[in-house]
Design a protein around this ligand. Structure first.
Ligand SMILES: [Zn+2]
Length: 376
C-alpha cells in the first residue's frame, strides 16, 4: 500500500480529508511550509510541530547542488538530516531548473543547465530526479516536469505538456512503490482548458497517488488562476489528493479550497515574515512602519501563536527589525506560519460543519479590513 487518502466530508466542491503516510497523518486541506534548503527559514522543527504543521516541502534542485545526494542519503534521508520526523514532500527540481537557469537547454530526455553555484554543467532527467528524491527519502515524490511561463502560445504549451507527460511516465517507471510513500503526477497545459483535460487523462492512465496542478501562480494573476482551476479541476479523480503548487495568499487558498483543492505550499508566510510583514485575520501589517514604534499591543489579539500569547509587543518587534536583530524575522515567521495553519484548520472545520460558503465569505471580508499591501 502506498499512501492512503480518504475524503471525510464535502461541502459544495470543498472537501476535508485524511492523508495517511509512512511518516504521519495529514488532515486536509493542508498548508505545507517551505524549507527550500532543508530548513524552513528562521524556524526550528519543534516550533513547526508546536504550531501544528503536519508536512513540509523541500526542493530537490537546491539540495542536489548543496550538499548533494550522497551526503543526505548516507545520513539517512532528509528528515533525519534536518531533524523533522513528520512527512515531507519534495518537488522534482524541474520548476527551479527552468526558472533559475537562463542557460537551461531542454531536450526530449531531460534538461542540461549550468549550476548557479559554480557554473558547472549539470544534466537532470526524470530518472535522475526520482533517484534524488529517493535518496532524500521523500514521503511524497513529485514527477519531473516542464513548466511553461505565462503567457505562452498554445502550440508551445501543447509541446511542453506532451513532454511533461512523457517524463511523467518515465518517473512512474523509475519510482519504487513503498508502504506509505507516494508519487504525484503534475497536470500542465497553461491556461488552456482542453490541454489540461488531455494532461489529466494522460496522468490518470499512468496512475498516480495524487495529482498536482502545475503551471499556475506563474504571473497569470488571481482571477485567471481561479478560472483555470475552476474549469479543469474536475478532470481529476475525487478519491486522490489534489495539490495546487506554489499557492498562495490566504484569498487564493480560500477560493481554491472552495473548488476542491486539498494541498498547498508557498513561501509567502516565511518570506513575508523575514521582511516585516504579518498576516492577521483583518489583513496585513508592516511591522517596520513607525506607527508601531511605541505600540504595546501584540500583533493580533486572540492569536494562538507563541509570540502573541506571550504578549510580545509591536514596539519590540519594530525595534528588532529596526536594529536588524535576526530574532525579529523568527518571531514574525512563527506568527505567519501559525496564521496559515490556523486558517486551514478553520476551513476544515467549516467544511465538516457544512458551512464553508458562509465561513469563507466571512474570512474574505475580514481580511479586507486591514492594510491591503500584500493581500492580493
Ligand atoms: Zn501571533
Amino acid at each position: 500500500m502506498t499512501i492512503s487518502f480518504n475524503v471525510k466530508n464535502t461541502d459544495g466542491f470543498a472537501r476535508s480529508g485524511l492523508l495517511e503516510t509512512a511518516h504521519g497523518k495529514i488532515k486536509t486541506p493542508v498548508f505545507m511550509p517551505v524549507g527550500t534548503y532543508g530548513a524552513v527559514k528562521g524556524i526550528q522543527p519543534d516550533d513547526l510541530k508546536y504550531i501544528g504543521a503536519e508536512i513540509i516541502l523541500s526542493n530537490t534542485y537546491h539540495l542536489m547542488e548543496r550538499p548533494g545526494k550522497d551526503i543526505i542519503r548516507d545520513i539517512g534521508g532528509l528528515r533525519k538530516f534536518m531533524n523533522w520526523d513528520g512527512p515531507i514532500l519534495t518537488d522534482s527540481g524541474g520548476f527551479q531548473v527552468m526558472s533559475l537557469q537562463n542557460m537551461a537547454k531542454i531536450d526530449n530526455d531531460g534538461v542540461t543547465f549550468k549550476s548557479h553555484i559554480d557554473g558547472s554543467l549539470i544534466r537532470l532527467t526524470p530518472k535522475d530526479s526520482i533517484e534524488m528524491q529517493n535518496a532524500l527519502d521523500s514521503t511524497i515524490t513529485m514527477v519531473f516536469d516542464e513548466c511553461t511561463s505565462y503567457p505562452v502560445k498554445k502550440d508551445l504549451a501543447l509541446y511542453s505538456m506532451n513532454l511533461s507527460m512523457k517524463w511523467a511516465k518515465l518517473c512512474r517507471d523509475n519510482f519504487i512503490d513503498k508502504n506509505g510513500y507516494g508519487l504525484f503526477g503534475i497536470v500542465q497545459g497553461s491556461t488552456f482548458n482542453d490541454l489540461r483535460q488531455i494532461s489529466s487523462e494522460n496522468l490518470i492512465n499512468i496512475g498516480f497517488d495524487g495529482y498536482a496542478i502545475g503551471g499556475l501562480a506563474v504571473g497569470e494573476g488571481h482571477e485567471v488562476m481561479i478560472n483555470t482551476l475552476k474549469s479543469s479541476i474536475n478532470y481529476l479523480p475525487i478519491n486522490k489528493p489534489r495539490y495546487l503548487m506554489g499557492v498562495g495568499y490566504p484569498k487564493d487558498i480560500i477560493e481554491a479550497v472552495n473548488l476542491g483543492v486539498d494541498m498547498f505550499d508557498c513561501v509567502i508566510p516565511t518570506r513575508s515574515g523575514r521582511t516585516g510583514k504579518v498576516f492577521t485575520k483583518n489583513g496585513t501589517l508592516n511591522i517596520k512602519n513607525s506607527r508601531h514604534k511605541n505600540d504595546p499591543r501584540s500583533i493580533e489579539e486572540g492569536c494562538s501563536c507563541k509570540i502573541c500569547s506571550n504578549n510580545i509587543s509591536r514596539a519590540y518587534l519594530y525595534h528588532l527589525f529596526n536594529t536588524k536583530e535576526m530574532l525579529g524575522a523568527t518571531y514574525l515567521t512563527i506568527h505567519n506560519i501559525n496564521h496559515y495553519i490556523q486558517l486551514m484548520s478553520t476551513l476544515r472545520k467549516a467544511i465538516n460543519n457544512n458551512n464553508f460558503n458562509e465561513a469563507s465569505k466571512f474570512l474574505l471580508n475580514e481580511y479586507k479590513k486591514g492594510d491591503i499591501e500584500i493581500y492580493n
